[in-house]
Ligand binder design. Structure first.
Ligand SMILES: Cc1ncc(COP(=O)(O)O)c(C=O)c1O
Length: 424
């Protein structure tokens, strides 16, 4: 019998309780899935947890490309690319490089992208500043790299004023100072302040940025290059870890570099580029098709269609006075309920009323900011948005009537601590 810590035991008990009422670790039954609906315990629910924002996972041409890839090359090519790869893997990178107009490497997951990148990008004399809310995959990769002696510290979320102070101090003792962030933060959906970050990149020679823009990929920017590049454009000291498993619709991880030399170094020496297997041929073929679709004129129309739904959600949530995590307009919305008990109540209420949303608690978010995360994909209709928000408002009102929740208190809790705005 293993012994887990008291904290993990408490967490486990909450998760088991949530699983029993069907709001976490839920399983959609049935022999098909269309991108919009899941079936939870025999009942259909509109899926507000889908991160395939552009709906490309269901695109006929992408599905056909994947099938053809498997027919031509088989289910899997079982060799590290360090020894032998298939030409289709090189073609996949070329297709994605056209989309980004920058050098690109592809691996089987975003976590692997970070794990491969960090030992190459970070020198032992460098300092790393991690945003407090940065995705767990970056923290994992940093923990693996830490042994090399790099200095690592955390900074309060998106506090550019504090960041500048730390850069000034750290640059005196370290060769490079790295800031690690999410482009669009995966839980609360806010975007990193890229315009201010660019000012710092231009101002301090030793300052570098590594951004995980998994949730910014595809739904915004020309050709779907994502939130970070859309906000600040390319930069010689900007490195990106991205995802093909969300808006891109096919699965896998991407790395985008400011120059070809770094791409080649990671491709030759990166941990998972050497020791892990390649993407599946079906995924590679699908990725080539997805990149091509991203560059079509109609893709911009689809982005606009999604952005209109995002705007609609944001307006409606504000009209209902639901406490959102921030004032951003990305496909991730987060309504704060405070306690875990409230979150379970509201998510169960929504499942009972035909919508599945993500139940979020510690360690994904701070304990007192437990809430519901709702993602908007192109499959979601305006009527779906009306239904989920009206029902959430009803659940919130019931909690308030029971004296368990307070929207105004939650709104105050989520107000950003004023960060000094840089002069541009
Ligand atoms: C921001 C972010 N980065 C990285 C990951 C991990 O991606 P992967 O499963 O491809 O490693 C996720 C997972 O959803 C994520 O949200």
């Amino acid at each position: 019998m293993i012994n887990i810590s008291k904290e993990l035991e408490t967490l486990n008990q909450s998760f088991v309780a949530a699983q029993e009422i069907g709001v976490i670790k839920a399983v959609s039954t049935g022999d098909s899935y269309d991108g919009r609906k899941v079936t939870v315990r025999g009942k259909d629910a509109v899926f507000f947890g889908n991160c395939s924002y552009m709906g490309l996972d269901q695109h006929d041409e992408i599905k056909a490309a994947a099938k053809e890839g498997i027919d031509k090359y088989g289910m899997y090519f079982s060799s590290s690319r360090s020894f032998m790869g298939l030409e289709i893997f090189e073609k996949m990178e070329e297709a994605i490089e056209k989309m980004y107009d920058q050098p690109v490497n592809v691996t089987t997951s975003t976590t692997f992208a970070h794990v491969s990148n960090f030992p190459i990008l970070l020198g032992k004399d460098d300092a790393v500043i991690l945003d407090l809310y940065v995705h767990s995959s970056l923290q994992t990769a940093i923990n693996i790299t830490r042994n090399s002696g790099i200095h690592v510290e955390y900074i309060r979320h998106s506090r550019i004023d504090l960041l500048e102070e730390r850069i000034k101090e750290l640059k005196e003792k370290h060769k490079n100072v790295w800031y690690m962030i999410d482009g669009v933060y995966s839980m609360m959906g806010d975007g990193a302040p890229m315009k201010d970050i660019k000012v710092l990149l231009d101002k301090y020679e030793q300052f570098h940025v590594y951004a995980d823009d998994a949730h910014g990929t595809s739904w915004t920017g020309k050709n779907g290059v994502g939130y970070v590049l859309n906000e600040m454009g390319k930069h010689e000291k900007l490195y990106l870890g991205l995802s093909m498993a969300k808006g891109f619709g096919v699965g896998g991880g991407l790395m985008v570099y400011p120059n070809k030399e770094t791409k080649e170094l990671v491709k030759t020496l990166g941990t998972n580029m050497v020791f892990s297997g390649p993407p599946h041929p079906g995924v590679a073929a699908a990725a080539i098709k997805s990149a091509e679709i991203h560059m079509r004129a109609e893709f911009a129309d689809w982005q606009l269609e999604l952005k209109q739904k995002i705007e609609y959600f944001w307006k409606k949530a504000n009209q209902l006075n639901l406490p959102l995590s921030g004032d951003h307009k990305t496909p991730i919305f987060y309504v704060v309920l405070g306690s875990l008990e409230n979150v379970f109540y509201a998510s169960k209420y929504l499942v009972d009323h035909g919508a599945f949303v993500d139940t979020c608690s510690f360690p994904s978010v701070p304990m007192n900011k437990s809430g519901l995360r709702m993602t908007i994909s192109r499959f979601i209709t305006l009527q779906d948005i009306d239904n989920v928000l009206n029902n959430l408002n009803d659940a919130y009102t019931q909690l308030e009537q029971m004296g368990k929740a307070d929207r105004e208190k939650m709104k105050k809790l989520m107000q950003p601590k004023k960060a000094r705005v840089l002069v541009h």
